[in-house]
Design a protein. Sequence first.
Length: 202
Amino acid sequence: MKQSIKSALAISAGMVAVVGAVLAPTGVGAVSSTANTTVTAQIQPVITISSGPTVNISITPNGTGLASSNSDTVLVSTNRSTGYTLNLKDADATTSLGASITAHTGTVAAPTALTTNNTWGFRVDDASVYTGFTAGPTSAETNVAALTSTKWAGITAAGANIKTTSSPGANNSTTVWYAAKVDTTIADGNYSDIVTYTATTN
């Protein structure tokens, strides 16, 4: 009898041990979750412009009038993907050189030869955009009877576009020519006006 009891107790203890092993907690595997973020660099358009600062046109006139020309270089840099537009205008409402040399009557849309005494004008060699100016190339001239092989426009206070690009670029160059024709009714001295270039991103 005693032997039987001991055996039963031994079995019961073994069962407890097994149950204990089954119920003991085990280690939990790692879990994860993901999220996406879009990082965007917003590159803003920038544009810079430089010119001049001066253009000197030297003329030794005679009674029937003589003309001379010289050039300015305008440099524009922009990162704008669609390029820029360059505008030229007089800095104020007075478009004469001094009080005596008036703006030429030709326009950007319809430029004409510079043949009238005591007038001045400008041009660009850009036939692809402004066909009236003709392609050029323009070269500096001094004391010639008239500027008939090239066409010129008069500066205006309202301004006119003289160049358009379609892509970004650094130091994109535009040569702007200026000319005047005068006779001896104009006293010697310096006759000046200020022009303004404006480059605007497209």
